[in-house]
Design a binder for this molecule. Structure first.
Ligand code: S3P
Length: 165
């Protein structure tokens, strides 16, 4: 078995629509790590789109499942983990993820965030900007490094890789 770096997971946190999944996949290829997206794991479990689950069951039910999924992936090693934008609302999630991973904030300016497209809490720019400002202090407290993603995909990717060195 290859030698694993301590806390071998690279965890991307940050706002919805900021590029965590796209850049996370690419980072995993570059680093030879596995890739998981916690939203995808949640969708497998709830068997419906996230927006539909929010409408039917509400946000607290979603957050409960999210925390279970995060607990499970945090027990694994050598992964790049793309997380949902809201994970920093629960300090337990941050604690779990840090056990085996380094938390990198993929930071994209509010006016560049993707909105809509099945994002129940960020249907449009106004909603995304409001969330962004509420959550800035939470990302900033949780993250161990910041990777700016305000340019191209390649620039965002190299910022992530540098912050993980
Ligand atoms: C959320 C972000 C979404 C998803 C859910 C809630 C949030 O993930 O987990 O809609 O609270 O910001 P992405 O960041 O992948 O869009």
């Amino acid at each position: 078995t290859p030698l694993l770096k301590e806390r071998s997971n690279l965890v991307l946190v940050g706002m919805s629509g900021g590029g965590k999944s796209t850049i996370g996949k690419r980072a995993a290829e570059k680093l030879g790590k596995g890739f998981v997206d916690t939203d995808e794991l949640i969708i497998e479990r709830i068997k419906m789109p996230i927006a539909e689950f929010f409408a039917k069951e509400g946000e607290p039910a979603f957050r409960e499942i999210e925390t279970k999924v995060i607990h499970e992936v945090s027990a694994q090693n050598n992964l790049v983990i793309a997380t949902g934008g809201g994970i920093i609302k629960n300090p337990l999630n941050v604690e779990y993820l840090k056990r085996n991973g380094r938390l990198i904030w993929l930071k994209r300016d509010a006016d560049l965030l993707q909105t809509g497209n099945g994002r129940p809490l960020a249907p449009d720019q106004a909603a995304a900007q409001k969330l962004y400002h509420e959550r800035l202090p939470l990302y900033s407290a949780a993250a161990e490094a910041i990777a700016e993603n305000n340019g191209t995909l390649e620039e965002g990717l190299s910022a992530v890789l540098h912050s993980y060195e």
